[in-house]
Structure formats: structure tokens, C-alpha cells
Design a protein around this ligand. Sequence first.
Ligand SMILES: Cc1cc2nc3c(=O)[nH]c(=O)nc-3n(C[C@H](O)[C@H](O)[C@H](O)COP(=O)(O)OP(=O)(O)OC[C@H]3O[C@@H](n4cnc5c(N)ncnc54)[C@H](O)[C@@H]3O)c2cc1C
Length: 481
Amino acid sequence: MPDLETGVLVAGAGPAGLLLAAELALAGVRTTIVERLPERPPYCRGFNLNARSLDLLARRGLAESLVAEGHRVPHAPVTGLPGPLLLDGTATDHPFSLGIPQTRVEEVLEARALELGVEILRGHELRSFTQTADDVTTVVHNGQFGRTIRSRFLAGCDGGRSTVRKQAGIGFPGVDARWYALLGDVECELPYGPAVGPDGRSLFVIPRPGYVRIVVREDDPPSDKDTPVTLERLQAQVDAVLGRHVELRAPRWLSRFGDAARLASRYREGRVLLAGDAAHIHPPAGAIGVNVALDDAFNLGWKLAATVQGTAPEGLLDSYHAERHAAGGRILANTRAQVALEEAGEQPWADLMRRVAAHPAGNRALAEIITGLDACYEPGGHPWLGRLAPDVPLLMSGSETHLAALLRAGRPVLVDLTASEAFAVWSAGVEVVAASSSTLDMDAVLLRPDGHVAWVGTPGSGDAGLAEAVHRWVGKVPAAT
Ligand SMILES: Cc1cc2nc3c(=O)[nH]c(=O)nc-3n(C[C@H](O)[C@H](O)[C@H](O)COP(=O)(O)OP(=O)(O)OC[C@H]3O[C@@H](n4cnc5c(N)ncnc54)[C@H](O)[C@@H]3O)c2cc1C
């Protein structure tokens, strides 16, 4: 007998694991997280949520309070271009990046997960698991003794070195790091921004509250990249690049990262799924890691919940791999391209890219591509199909609301925009909401729980194609059709 039974066991309480668990619990699935660390580390890796993440979080009412406490920047982080990627005019409801510590985002997600009933076992490391056709049995260890947990599914949100990925036998093809950089959260007198030494080499100083983050390429990294970074090591590298001594003090976090890029060959192996860094690692260009982790979790949560609850249409869970593996491939390409751009100097193609970025339309396109705002899971149809539906204003029973608010409960919604409630008959299979809009030229729109558009009813086309879309994404077709 297992020590614990749960619906879904999530390994890892980073952004991916916390959001995934909250989404599962929102749908009513019993969910347990095991997290190796006894408490969240005091240092902070990432410092931003991008426009795409804010759009997604807003579908669950989670963006507003974060936006209120964060710092808005009207452009997207990018590497290798001389100017910013402006978000004004891009396909988002949040045309800005939000400066907010990753640790704070995790706190908010953890609070939500707990509120929804997720059990979080900190100080519990996943060691091994076996899966059958029906369930997964996982062995976790809390430093003193092991426990077994039986679940219907196991989600590996356990970071770039994912034990779950390795034990599931999922390949992680890609490229090794060509360079490593040292990172130090320290105090020093260097001004913010790039600092260039006498031989043209540079380092970067990023302002943080009460300290700075220094990032500098490492000469001769040790053969074991896990060798701890010391203040002396960072100091020597900074002095070597600057050609002078600048004292570094009060280290808060010292680390090393490289430009390796790898993508899991499968995001699903039977009853085991991967999300976030467990599924992909890439250079830090564009500060995208947290954001992709959230995107994966948001895509997976409702699909996995419906599968556990037995309501999922055939193929729904596999659409997670289809959609997010492709997205992961694009993230790797985008981040590697930014590094290549940074290293390209005066090469003609790099000059061309800079000119594209300087052109307003090119700048917007790059901003959408690099942030993932261009996500479209079904290209080629109606402009809304497969995309995240914009948060347009709506009138419902005479009251003002907006589209994102219809998705708070995490369920699929058919928005009936005909004044005659022509789509009410579909309520046997999907929640139908009657609303009106002064801007939308459509009769109805079927939204997946993640806000992506599954079907659009254009004026005069009736419900053509709706049965297929409901069958594909919701799993039940109303008897009346
Ligand atoms: C220096 C640096 C700066 C960054 N800056 C940014 C930024 O500005 N913006 C951005 O978007 N991203 C940034 N990132 C990337 C971002 O931090 C990651 O992509 C993000 O944390 C991934 O989230 P995750 O949930 O997939 O994995 P993680 O956050 O790595 O979480 C995985 C969790 O799993 C736990 N775990 C691991 N193994 C086990 C096990 N066997 N059993 C139980 N638990 C386990 C770990 O302890 C960890 O808590 C940065 C990364 C670094 C290193």
C-alpha cells in the first residue's frame, strides 16, 4: 500500500509546478507537490513577467495584484539588439514587461495553490517512480525516510536537471554550452549597464534593490561546472575584464550559467508529463524562462485535469506535446538567435536584423515572437483561431464585463454574441454565456480554458464546425445537434 494517494503528483515547486498544481486543483483534481528544498531559496533568479504571462495570469484573475506591486517597463527584454523591443501595438492586453522578483511570483502562486487545496510537501525529493497503465508509484525521500505516493499522473516540473525526465527515459537532445558566465549578486561601486575593459571585453551590471547583479563571461571555467563560484573567483574575473580592481562586497548569490540549449524529445511518456525547465533549457536571452514555464503549465493544467476526471476527448492530453513542444523549439531558436546576434558583430545578416528591429513593424513582430505573444496553435484560419482571445469589453445582462473574466473558473466557454441567444442549445455540452459586444464582428466564439480560441462563428455561418470543435476540445457534443 502506498503511504499517500493523490490525483496528480507534481515534482517541483517552481513556477511551473505551482501554477500547474493550482490549475489542477481549480478543476477539482487532488494534487500534491513534492519539493526537494525545505524552503524557497533566499536568492532570486528571474525578475520579470512578460506580456504573454500577464495575459495568461489575467485569465484567472491573478495578474492585477502582481501588476499593482511590480514595475512596468514598456518593452520586452532582448539580447543582441541596440534598441528596445517596444510592446505598444503588439497583440497583448498588457503592453509592458513587469519587473517583479520570481520569488514573489512563486509566493503568489503558492498561496493560490494552497488556497485551492494543493498539498505541498517541502523537503521531499523525488527519487524514483514506476508507472503502469493505470497509475504511477513514486518514491520520495525527506532526508530521514522514504515514502511512496501513488497517483494517476506524475508531472515533472523539477527543473533543467529533471530526475523525472531522466527516469522516464525521455531524451534531451540539443547543444552543449559553448561559454559560461559568472553571476554575482553583490555590492560594488560600478555604474549600472555595460562596463567595457581596455581590451574591449565587457561585463554587465544590473540594478537590484540594495545590491547589483554582475554578469561576466568566465575565462577557463572548471571542468566540473557545479564547482561552487566563490567571491574571489568572481572578483578575479571582473578585475581581469575591467583591467583594474573594483571591490565586490557582501555576496548574496554567486552562480554560473551557460548557453546550452536542449529540448525534451517528448513532453509525455505514458502517465508522466514534463513542463518548464524540465522540458527545455536555453540561453537566458530575452529573460523568458519563468514565462515559458507558466505557459507550459497553463496549457497542461486543464488538459490533464480533464484526463484525470475522465471527461477529456481523445487526444486532448497529447495536444499538450503537440502545442508546447513546438513552442519549446521556437524558444530555443529565438534565444540562440539572440546570442548569435550578440556575437555577430558587423556580419551582414546581423545588420539586416538590426534594421528590421529599427522598423516599427519589424520591431513589433520581433517583440511578439520573442515574448511568445505570437502563439497560435491553429494558424491559417480566422485571425482569432488558435490564438489567445483578446480581453475585449463585453456586456452581460446589462452589466459591463470583459472576456478574460469569463475564464476565471478554468472551464471552456462558448460566448454567444447573437442577441437571440442562438447558441443556447449548446449548453448541454459546454457552458454558454450570452453577451454582446460593440466591437466584435462574430456570432459566437468557443474559448478553451486557457483562453485560446477553439472556434469562431462568423456572421451568417451558423454553427458550422462547432460540433467538431466541442468534440475536440470539450469532449461532449450536445444531444440537440
Ligand atoms: C541567473 C538566472 C536568471 C534568470 N532570469 C530570468 C528572468 O529574468 N526571467 C525569466 O523568465 N526567467 C529567468 N530565469 C529562468 C527561470 O529562473 C527558470 O526558467 C524558471 O525558474 C523555470 O521554472 P520551473 O518551474 O520550470 O523550474 P525551477 O524554477 O527550476 O523549479 C524546479 C523545482 O524543482 C525542485 N526539484 C528538483 N529536483 C527535484 C526532485 N527530484 N524532487 C523534488 N523537487 C525537485 C527544485 O528544487 C525547484 O524548486 C533565470 C534563470 C537564471 C539561472
